[in-house]
Ligand binder design. Structure first.
Ligand code: MG
Length: 384
């Protein structure tokens, strides 16, 4: 009898983006272990077609309906779905074991909810889902007995530190410390950032990522969003979550425990590791990445973030402290401000002021429903 392991069946929502491509690399490296059942993207039908040809999923979807028609006419043997609902519907297919949600922004909310409500494992790369609707997402996961595995290097690190310490069982966590690379403008002051161009902000020193997260990283909003994400994933209050700048991106985050011990997770920066871990947890599976050579790295440095030059971090703490729909408003206002910056409509330093203005105008609703959160997103998108 052969020792054949049942393959884990995966749906990737956002397969043509940076995380989606890394996930497909992981699958390529472990073909005997994983099977791609469904792939979805926003509008890039050419790239999706290539992926369909290679991975032969049973289902695929494009958010853009015109692109979906083009795709339908150019492939066979795969069911093509279209639009927002078509994309989200892939997460609840009977055949799917794990859905990786790695689309940009609030668009990840629907696919994430569908995954949880069908009791499947959610490998969550779209942090905005937890930022906008943290309490709801956690409640749904509990209700449907579905797991959320973080696909964010810092949160995957914290998750691993917690596992190592048995922290989930023993409630011994004192503090979560998220590391931040500091982005491309580390050490710069306002007058040097005034006339920054999008291409300068997109050039991240240690991680190669999509444009929205690269800008978020340059403003430190990415870390602010990650503080909110950590609050929900690990049920730790904001005053016990800190941020430390660590430009080498080797220590991916750490946890302080009640006895003074701190456990950190380290590795060379490579998103394939958190993706693979989310697919195989609790098992660890081999991955071809260079082992950590600490002597070659020589020095790891840490310092406090400059909260005056990068006010987005504190805006996120404010939104988290006040709660309600404010984190959703912060998230949407940030999406819009980033787009405006990329389009050359506003300067780099206007990103935080744009977000702050929207937050100040918001009439907060405490304990929001899903509808309240969706309305808050719509409200924050309205042109003034
Ligand atoms: Mg991260």
């Amino acid at each position: 009898m052969t020792d054949k392991v049942k393959k884990t069946k995966i749906a990737i929502i956002g397969s043509t983006g940076s995380i989606g491509l890394s996930a497909l690399d992981v699958v390529r490296e472990h073909k005997s272990r994983f099977e791609i059942v469904a792939l979805a993207a926003d509008s890039n039908f050419e790239k999706l077609k290539q992926q369909i040809d290679e991975f032969k999923p049973c289902f695929a979807a494009l958010n853009d309906e015109t692109a979906a028609i083009k795709l339908k006419n150019s492939v066979s043997g795969v069911e093509i779905r279209a639009g927002k609902d078509g994309v989200a519907s892939l997460c609840e297919l009977d055949d799917v074991d794990i859905a990786l949600v790695s689309v940009v922004g609030i668009a990840g909310l629907e696919p994430a909810l569908k995954t949880l409500r069908s009791g499947k494992r959610l490998a969550l790369a779209t942090k905005e889902v937890l930022v906008a609707a943290g309490q709801l997402i956690i409640d749904e996961a509990k209700k449907y007995n579905a797991e959320i595995l973080p696909v964010d290097s810092e949160h995957c690190a914290i998750f691993q530190c917690m596992q190592a310490a048995g922290a989930l069982k023993y409630k011994s966590v004192e503090r979560l410390i998220l590391t931040a690379s500091g982005g491309p403008f580390l050490g710069k002051k306002d007058d040097e950032l005034k006339n920054i161009l999008p291409e300068q902000a997109l050039a991240h020193p240690t991680w190669n990522m999509g444009s929205k997260i690269s800008i978020d990283s340059a403003t430190l909003m990415n870390k602010g969003l990650e503080v909110i994400e950590a609050r929900w994933l690990f049920d730790v209050p904001p005053e016990q979550i800190d941020v430390v700048v660590h430009p080498q991106s080797i220590v991916h985050s750490l946890v302080d425990f009640c006895d003074g011990a701190a456990i950190a997770q380290m590795s060379n920066p490579d998103m394939r590791m958190p993706i693979l871990y989310a697919f195989t947890f609790p098992e660890r599976v081999s991955l071809k990445i260079p082992p950590l050579d600490l002597a070659a790295i020589g020095k790891l440095t840490f310092f406090n973030p400059d909260r005056e030059v990068f006010p987005c971090l504190d805006l996120a703490y404010t939104a988290l402290d006040e709660g309600g729909i404010l984190p959703a408003v912060l998230n949407t206002a940030n999406e819009i401000a980033v787009q405006k910056f990329l389009d050359g409509e506003i300067g780099f330093l206007e990103i935080p002021s744009y977000i702050e203005k929207k937050m100040k105008k918001c009439d907060n609703i405490i304990n929001p429903t899903l509808e309240d959160i969706i309305s808050a997103d719509k409200w924050a998108r309205k042109k003034e």
